[in-house]
Design a protein. Structure first.
Length: 129
């Protein structure tokens, strides 16, 4: 009976802990998939685009945030999008236009949000563990 309890306890502890190797492997796969998604969507770092990726262990998903900046002589357009790198499901978007007129469009899970801060706070949940 004591042996059974010990084996059960060890099994429970092992399930609750993720291996650093597995986590590292998942992060590496996520990085490759994120780069592939970034380039497949036509973005280029030399044209003002960048991306940040993270494998969220808690959710078991790979997330990527792509940022793109376009400028003209008198305006700046900044676009940020957070999505699942494998499923291409969009979780949040932020579009900011600065020029003669200023406008912001923010969406979180297909609902309007009120500010860049709200967008950033939401994204942080997915890009950090």
């Amino acid at each position: 009976m004591n042996k059974f309890i010990l084996v059960s306890l060890i099994s429970i502890l092992m399930v609750g802990c993720s291996s650093p190797y597995t986590s590292l492997e998942a992060q590496e796969k996520c990085a490759k998939q994120s780069f592939s998604t970034f380039t497949n969507l036509g973005y280029k770092t030399e044209e003002g685009a960048s991306y940040e990726n993270h494998f969220n262990i808690r959710l078991g998903k790979c997330f990527v945030e792509i940022s793109n900046v376009n400028t003209t002589e008198d305006s700046v357009f900044i676009q940020k999008t957070l999505f699942d790198a494998y499923e291409s499901k969009v979780y949040a978007t932020l579009d900011r236009f600065r020029g003669k007129t200023n406008s912001d469009i923010c969406m979180i899970l297909e609902k309007s949000c009120s500010s860049e801060t709200e967008y950033e706070d939401f994204v942080k949940i997915y890009l950090e563990d």
